[in-house]
Ligand binder design. Structure first.
Ligand code: SF4
Length: 82
């Protein structure tokens, strides 16, 4: 699977690192977010939970359409996945 984090949007809340620690991690004194953009399919559920929990909807997952043009649709897609 593929995912991307919009780092302009990310506020470093670390919800993702808590919910999917194999994919997301906070790093360094500034708590910069590191993540695996090619997470394994077996981690999909964790990643979707993290994406749903992110307070600023910064985590975008591959099969949710054109995330750049339709951020509202992405949120609906994520809530429908659960
Ligand atoms: S939960 Fe969202 S805002 Fe928080 S670190 Fe992860 S991507 Fe950034």
């Amino acid at each position: 699977m593929r995912l991307v984090v919009d780092l302009n949007r990310c506020q470093g809340y670390a919800q993702c690192a808590f919910l999917a620690p194999d994919v997301f991690a906070m790093h360094g004194e500034e708590e910069a977010l590191l993540y695996n953009p090619h997470a394994d399919e077996t981690q999909r559920e964790q990643v979707l939970r993290a994406a749903t929990a992110c307070p600023v909807q910064a985590i975008l997952v591959d099969d949710l359409g054109d995330v750049c043009e339709a951020p509202g649709a992405v949120r609906e897609g994520l809530s429908g996945v659960q």
